[in-house]
Design a protein around this ligand. Sequence first.
Ligand code: BES
Ligand code: MN
Ligand code: ZN
Length: 495
Amino acid sequence: MTHPVAIRFVETELDDLAAREGRIAVLITPEGKLTAASRRLDRLTRGAVARAVGSPAWGKLKPGEGMVIGWPGGLAAEAMVLISLPRKASLAEARKAGATVGKVLDEKGALVIAENHPSAAEIAFGLALRAYRFDYLSEEKKPFGPVSMMVAHPEEVAAKAAPHAALAEGVFFTRDLVNEPANILTTDDFAARLAAMHELGLDVQILEEDELKDLGMRALLGVGQGSESPSKVVVMQWNGLSKPANGDAEEEPPLALVGKGVCFDTGGISIKPAAGMEEMTMDMGGAAVVAGVMRTLALRNAPVNVVGLVGLVENMPDGKAQRPGDIVKSMKGDTIEVINTDAEGRLVLADVLWYAQQKFRPRAVIDLATLTGAIIVALGHENAGVFANDDGFAQDVVQAARAEGEGAWHMPLQPAYDSLIKSRLADIKNTGGRWAGAITAAAFLNKFVNSETPWCHIDIAGVALPPSETALSPKGASGWGVMTLDRLIRDKFEA
Ligand code: BES
Ligand code: MN
Ligand code: ZN
């Protein structure tokens, strides 16, 4: 498991800059106004800094972007990174500035000179989020070197930065899970990694196939029945609110987070084309976000009750696999005609959503899933699709995402779409045809949610594993949603 780099905050001390190894990064305003530190670096490099910020290229940098000057004369450092950042930077701009350093970090480490910049803690967070790597190269890379950040008031900044550590750990946990190939991250392995979070104070329970059968989760079990890997539901409880002193008093109902955990999605008998199928190792991305958020809540000892539930299955073609045309009975009791075995995520979620509501009577439910290719057609890789049975709830989620710099867009969910998922033989069918594919998927899920329970569905198919690097993550899993949900929980659910 990858851990974020630890960043030390120290007093600004410019005397021995010339001898520093690794990378030296310094913040300069977009107008090119040099600070004490950048003036010192300019003198040591015989004017390289002033020439760089006077160049046309400097003016083209967006806030948070930088220029890397290699092997600068007059410095022992391998590189000097000049970062363009206004004094009044947005949160996303400040994090981007840190990411500019995180992106070029190596085993030699870095010194970031932030002086008295008001966003120093956010800069550090961006650096930590971008300094992530995940690979199976046989030649091991050396670990990242130490990072220190020079600031005007180290203790103050360290206090502001402290809550970010739990968040970065959660994001990295999610990214690792999404990046893992399916021969490593089987349903058993996934469940074991979640069970290990017991040591953080989470109560983790694993429901095995026989228990799922007893509960009547035939929709979920049907998806996994062609796989050698056993289907499971894992329940992670974080009870951050102490039980009411009065023994009779009810415990505060939790927020329930539900995740699609398809460890590999071949499509099943409705098999997917070969091109790009390898990407379906990420089809457990919803479950990974739920796991990452639970990890963050435990690490920061959040004063809130949240239960995370993930349905872990593998969708394989096999002699025992579910067929198109099969009719299954869900835990709710509704029958489902399986038109296409590749629309499996909604079958898994139908049962986990119902179980979450029956078992925990949650105050609200949020599910996350790499549910449809259609959401990528609609929104690309910039925004997750947000659906809800309550417009206010959807707006809260979109607001939280915006505050964290993660893209999210409110999508429609109206009864008019229900006719598309009417079945000839069963209560409902699992596909709605060509049009509005992300919406009919959401409409399907809606049938398994009590209308009095505030519910939000987030389709993360486009954002969980974007095709190129993002502002805060290298190419590969983004960890989208951990920051958004942590923010939402803080702002809307904590006492
Ligand atoms: N896991 C896929 C959705 C997906 C596609 C996620 C691309 C990430 C990237 C899902 O199970 C699926 O196959 N959906 C089908 C539904 C269809 C058969 C109704 C789809 O979107 O094509
Ligand atoms: Mn599928
Ligand atoms: Zn899928």
